[in-house]
Write a protein that binds this ligand. Sequence first.
Ligand SMILES: O=C(O)CCC(=O)C(=O)O
Ligand SMILES: [Fe+2]
Length: 262
Amino acid sequence: MHDILNLERYPLDKSDSTAWRDLVGRCQQALEQDGMFTLTDFMHMHIAAGETARMADTFATQSFRHERVHNIYFLKSIPDLAPDHPALTQFHTSNQTLCADQISGSALLRLYEWPPFARFLAATMGQPALYVMEDPLARVNVMSYDAGQALNWHFDRSEFTTTLLLQAPEAGGAFEYRTDLRSDDDPNYDGVARLLTGQDDQVHTLSLTPGSLNVFKGRNTAHRVSPVEGDTPRVISVFSYYDRPGVRFTQSEQIGFYGRSA
Ligand SMILES: O=C(O)CCC(=O)C(=O)O
Ligand SMILES: [Fe+2]
């Protein structure tokens, strides 16, 4: 893994060392305080650039164009909310998506299947273990955003989301987030409405650099990616792990997310 990861700085391969425990402790603290941790220079920059270059053709010819209008919940309605409640404001999202079966042989899949990576992530999240998905499409996704494309405000379905930026745009494409906007017990619809009407002063912006690993508590942290500007697409990979082995999407979930099933 030394060939693709900066293991001198982030010793994921040495889980019984003090350095590993210190790193996990810092990540846990950041997750607690900010709902997020970022490891810059996690994947070597030249590997990230090589992965992006290798996928360019597949993106151009075989990617799924993910284009939709949605609210922050990705739901048609919420029983407690009037249809015109500002928390249900609709936004536009657009990107190109590649699935795991379209990036076979990539460093991304090698990383995904490397047990010390899942072990490290589980430790930072305080979970006993994390498992790779069995789903041939969902396990690893790569999203590309051209000029004007964006991922709009949403909450994730999983508690944690793990991303690795492969290519940064010239401008725009920033990750904007509002930590703990809601909790599992309190949907805070009025707070959601304040965020969506631009009245929340606790929104933070993170400009990731290529090779950076970003882990955040996406289920209750509202987040979006602002529109990309310029000719260089923003390319980012998302790794999906679960607290149990063997997870697969249903056929209709696959079609909803990727326009096809496998
Ligand atoms: O592209 C990003 O930085 C965030 C991705 C994200 O929020 C998601 O995949 O749910
Ligand atoms: Fe997300």
